[in-house]
Write a protein that binds this ligand. Structure first.
Ligand code: NAI
Length: 715
């Protein structure tokens, strides 16, 4: 096997360059096999009198090092093995740190996880100002901690508070911010990287200081002195961080808590032991599974699309400038696509443009871009009440009301006005795409493109293909969704497709519980206790109760025989104008669109109970059983979608549920979750619920058969 390491002999000043270039890979990742190579290299350099300093750089344009090889971790079966892995990496980097000669990391592009830990073991770091350059410790997002010395070196370098912020969130730090934090010493334009890194290496070898003294404001200096540089202060910082973590994670995530323990101890031994323990947790297994699902699905452009290459659309028309249309347009304009909006009146267009203005103004405030960037984005937007401008569009995204006849009318209109070959992509949340295309002259160009609200934040697009959709149309729509920065799942057409079908049993179960008298906040708490980021009652308020009612009606129409629906209370809520947060009247109390809270908790608007039989009477429902009812209904429907071929594989089902409907990420998705519990146990629990609550819990054939055969969705 060719080596990932390549050494350029020292130049006239004695500066050698070590290039990292993992063979056959697009990006550099650190695998276990690399550690001995590194060690041998560092030992050889240390013994070579002609080398006075070392620069470490990436041989890939794509970036520095994107982290550890996740597949490697899948081969580890015990905590002791994982701890040993961490120790080996720590020792390798300790040899780098202990070299007699100074070392400088030359960073361009992603410098993540183990890549950053390597850079931390260098004497200095030079990074490019390029927007691709990002530094982070993302291990927490995989349920892990930085296990190659990061928990020890990072707090020493940038201070406890900043280091915890990085390690507990995993967020990306851009070059400029990294310099301010002291994480990198120098930032330069990309073309000056190697020269500067060599200069810094030379200066260090000559005993010169390279770091400018950080100019810390007085207030911050005092804070650092009080909190960070004494034992009591550190304890306060760690205690506050723990409180925050417990509040955010409800104690369901071991990784951030273990990071705090390890940082408190501050030793390599504690770090390696913590890494070993975390790698064995089901939460880490779930999160790593999700990472695999993302990687696997990145290559999937939909059925029949192999060999088809497409240019993503440059002009997109949007029908309906409401919540969804405006959101889709905003993300498109952000990504350089020209957008033409159409709605029924100018006021609606104005609201749509305002939506974009708000999103772009926020980004400008966060300094993502300046005024020019803002103006450029707004200039890509235009709108009107007729179809002018639609003739040139490659794709039209339809986001008018959830009404079949109206959507069919839109298809007819668009086929009259757009160019030959243009695509009609419906953002319906429940209607079968084939029915929307029923009277189309070109049903091969009609497809579903299901976004989630708020579009600029939600990471998923579900693409729905009918029996007639042309593969080239699928490929082009997938390409557009990816251009928007979204994860994509491609599913087969039916009412509610995958995500809405999976969501409906979860939501209806919440309403069943409410009509049995359970207090609304307790229903939400039961869902959050399993790990859903928000409960179903809150979700209904956010999405809009009226939107939910429309979807339920569609789903009842198509699945009324099999699915059970609770007593129809939602219509009464809508009739009262109780539409959720947008109306400042919903299940929870709002004032001017803002939640009313007491002791940090949202308050139920008790006047809603008049619509619910025995509303709010049951205060202490069995939380575990409530959670089980909501989550198993969802899982059963997900399995049925796989059985019917709506889902092409379990990966898409897992990614879709986590990214689209908030299934607990650390469970890895409903299929991974069912595997963890065991399919026989899932079937047994569903049967028990069926006896108690009715046929909606009857396990689908696929589950029953797999349960009987002791099967699993994943090997
Ligand atoms: P909305 O009510 O905010 O916006 C719909 C817009 O369509 C309105 O501005 C309306 O004036 C416009 N419209 C109606 N007839 C029109 C016509 N003939 N020509 C042009 N514009 C017309 O609704 P929202 O929430 O944006 O939903 C739109 C679609 O997206 C629906 O099909 C909905 O089911 C779906 N959807 C909604 C999600 C949500 O969370 N709200 C999530 C995913 C899909």
């Amino acid at each position: 096997m060719t080596s990932a390491l390549r050494l350029d002999a020292p130049d006239k000043d004695g500066v050698a360059v070590l290039w990292i270039d993992c063979p056959g890979q697009k990006v550099n990742t650190l695998s276990t096999s690399l550690v001995p190579e590194f060690e041998a290299m560092f030992a050889a350099l240390n013994a070579d009198p002609t080398v006075r300093a070392l620069v470490i750089a990436s041989g890939k344009d794509s970036g520095f090092i994107a982290g550890a090889d996740i597949d490697d971790l899948g081969q580890v079966h015990t905590a002791a093995q994982a701890t040993a892995l961490s120790r080996a990496a720590q020792e390798g980097f300790a040899k780098l740190e202990a070299m007699k000669i100074p070392s400088v990391a030359a960073i361009h592009g992603e410098c993540l996880g183990g890549g950053l830990e390597l850079a931390l073991a260098c004497r200095a770091r030079v990074a490019t100002e390029h927007r691709k350059t990002k530094l982070a410790t993302p291990e927490v997002m995989l349920g892990l901690l930085p296990g190659a010395g990061g928990t020890v070196r990072l707090p020493k370098l940038i201070g406890l508070t900043a280091a915890l912020d990085m390690m507990l969130t995993g967020k990306n730090i851009r070059a400029e911010k990294a310099r301010k934090l002291g994480l990198v010493d120098v930032t330069v334009p990309a073309n000056a990287l190697m020269d500067t890194a060599k200069r810094v290496a030379r200066d260090l070898a000559a005993g010169k200081r390279i770091k400018e003294k950080k100019k810390t404001p007085l207030g911050q200096e005092v804070q650092e002195l009080l909190l960070e540089r004494n034992a009591l202060g550190r304890r306060v910082v760690l205690h506050e961080a723990r409180k925050k973590v417990l509040k955010q994670t409800k104690g369901l995530m071991p990784a951030p808590l273990r990071i705090l323990d390890v940082v408190a101890k501050g030793t390599f031994e504690a770090e390696a032991a913590g890494f070993g323990e975390l790698l064995m947790t089901p939460q880490s297994a779930g999160l790593r599974h999700l990472f695999h699902a993302i990687t696997a699905l990145k290559k999937d452009n939909g059925p029949g699309t192999e060999g088809i290459t497409v240019q993503p659309a440059e002009r997109v028309g949007i029908l309906g400038a409401g919540l969804m249309g405006a959101g889709v347009g905003t993300v498109l304009a952000d990504q350089g696509v020209r957008v033409r909006l159409k709605d029924r009146d100018h006021a609606a267009i104005g609201r749509g443009l305002d939506y974009a203005r708000k999103v772009f103004a926020k980004a400008k405030k966060r300094k993502v871009y300046g005024q020019a960037g803002y103006d450029e984005r707004m200039a890509r937007f235009s709108g009107g009440t007729d179809y002018s401008g639609f003739g040139l569009c490659d794709i039209v995204v339809e986001a008018v009301f959830e009404d079949l006849a109206l959507k069919q009318q839109m298809v007819a209109d668009i086929e009259r006005v757009t160019k030959v070959g243009g695509i009609f992509a419906s953002n319906t949340s429940s209607l079968p795409i084939a029915e929307i295309a029923a009277h189309s002259a070109h049903p091969e160009r009609v497809i579903g493109m299901h976004f989630f609200s708020p579009v600029e934040k939600m990471p998923l697009v579900e693409i729905i293909v009918t029996d007639q959709t042309a593969p080239a149309v699928t490929a082009a729509t997938v390409a557009l969704a990816r251009k928007m920065g979204k994860h994509v799942i491609v599913v087969k057409d039916c009412a509610g497709f995958y995500t809405t079908r999976a969501l409906v049993p979860y939501m209806t179960e919440a309403i069943f519980l409410a009509t049995e008298g359970v207090a609304l906040d307790q229903i939400d708490e039961a869902a959050m206790a399993i790990g859903f980021p928000v409960g179903p009652i809150t979700l209904m308020d956010e999405v809009g109760i009226d939107v939910g009612v429309k979807v339920m009606k569609v789903m009842k129409h198509y699945y009324g025989e099999r699915m059970q629906f609770p007593p129809d209370v939602s219509q009464a809520l809508v009739d009262e104008g109780r539409l959720g947060r947008k109306a400042s009247l919903g299940f929870y109390a709002y004032k001017d669109g803002k939640s009313t809270t007491e002791k940090g908790k949202k308050v139920v608007d008790v006047s809603v109970y008049k619509h619910l039989p025995q509303g709010g009477q049951v205060k202490g429902g069995d939380r575990a059983e409530m959670g089980e009812r909501m989550v198993l209904g969802l899982c059963n429907e997900a399995a049925l979608c796989l059985q019917e071929g709506i889902l092409r594989d379990a990966y898409a089902g897992d990614l879709g549920a986590v990214m689209g409907i908030g299934f607990p990420p650390f469970e890895g998705g409903p299929f991974k979750y069912m595997d963890r519990i065991g399919l026989a146990a899932v079937v047994e629990r569903l049967h028990r619920l069926e006896q108690k609550h009715g046929k909606r819990f009857r396990p689908c054939t696929l589950l029953v058969e797999m349960g009987r055969a002791n099967g699993r969705f994943y090997a």
